[in-house]
Design a protein around this ligand. Structure first.
Ligand code: BDR
Ligand code: CA
Length: 328
């Protein structure tokens, strides 16, 4: 801990690698982690759009914001079946709504799976892996290097839900897009933080906040982000009837920046792989969280994750907006 100028105690910057599928909210997570963490790399995966698009989008965001962070390309398809994309929310390119710069560099040569392993070995015991897309790269890295789980400080996941889903009534998109990978990640033994749709759908930019990004005298980055967020909010209104643009992915960064803005409970989490209606659902055993629950249920299953159940949404979003406005 170090003392901040204002007297508040602040955590030392967490070393973080973001595995993502940009994606509007992924872009915000990248910008936020670049300023509030020690961001050692970005790995890309299929998800909101094709791997080609998510990789180009990650590079374009780095170019826009002047981030000198290596980007490694990962897997184009899930472990089983074919890729699912989210064009209804993120558009044809995965990042529709604004004119993005042509990337000023390409991805590094290493595949994302190797890059994750390399970085975890280099920063043994320190690296936080923020997984905010389908978990294919991470599952393959865990399979390739059995020591990986023990090298990581934590895996923080935007994925799953303790309540409703978005891609189906039961499943959240990132887990649904590769349930076999998610099952392997939840079972890997590393300390896991799950910030799911139950919390992230309520944690987003309002229309006045998007207007503020555009008008508040921020830089070009904030202006482009405002256009992107307007497209994304319009999609959320159209598809889900939500009146905020949920900042799903950045929520997974917060446990390592401002942990007090989220509330977690420890729980056993497993991924449904077989259900006709529930494939990709995260089954979170929250039965023992009820006051007075019988002892047998309390002891039934060992928790493997800290699961977010609430956020201080307005404070969290205010902090994100400050970071975006400070970019040139
Ligand atoms: C998740 O799915 C994607 O569309 C978002 O980027 C986020 O990671 C929300 O379900
Ligand atoms: Ca994402």
């Amino acid at each position: 801990m170090t003392a901040a100028p204002g007297g508040r105690e602040e955590l030392a910057l967490a070393k973080m690698l973001i595995d993502c599928d940009p994606g509007h909210d992924d872009a915000i997570a990248i910008l936020f982690a670049a300023r509030r963490c020690d961001l050692v790399g970005i790995t890309t995966v299929h998800g909101n759009a094709s791997l080609e698009n998510t990789t180009r989008n990650a590079l374009a965001i780095c170019t826009l914001a002047g981030l000198d962070v290596p980007v490694a390309r990962g897997c184009a398809a899930p472990l089983v079946g074919v890729a699912t994309h989210a064009g209804d929310i993120h558009g044809r390119t995965g990042l529709d709504g604004a004119e993005l710069p042509v990337p000023d560099r390409g991805p590094v040569e290493a595949h994302a799976v190797d890059f994750i392993i390399e970085q975890a070995e280099r920063h043994k015991g320190e690296l936080v892996l923020a997984v905010v897309g389908p978990q294919t790269n991470v599952a393959l890295a865990l399979r390739r290097e059995p020591r990986l789980a023990s090298w990581l400080k934590a895996i923080t996941i935007m994925g799953g839900s303790t309540t409703i889903g978005n891609i189906t009534p039961a499943a959240e998109f990132n887990v649904y897009a590769d349930p076999e990978a998610a099952a392997a990640v939840f079972a890997c033994g590393a300390p896991i933080w799950m910030v799911g749709y139950n919390v992230t759908r309520q944690t987003g930019f309002t229309q006045p906040e998007i207007d503020r990004l555009r008008a508040a005298g921020g830089g070009r980055t904030a202006a482009v982000i405002a256009d992107l967020m307007q497209f994304y909010l319009d999609g959320q209104r159209r598809v889900f009837g939500l009146d905020i643009a949920p900042m799903h992915d950045v929520c997974a960064v917060f446990p390592f920046v401002r942990p007090e803005l989220l509330t977690f409970v420890e729980a056993a989490v497993e991924v449904e792989l077989a259900g006709r209606l529930t494939r990709g659902m995260t089954v979170c055993d929250l039965r023992n969280k009820r006051a007075g629950a019988p002892g047998a249920i309390q002891e039934a299953r060992r928790p493997n994750a800290r699961v977010a159940v609430a956020s201080d949404a307005r404070s969290l979003i205010a902090e994100v907006i400050d970071v975006v406005l400070a970019f040139p």
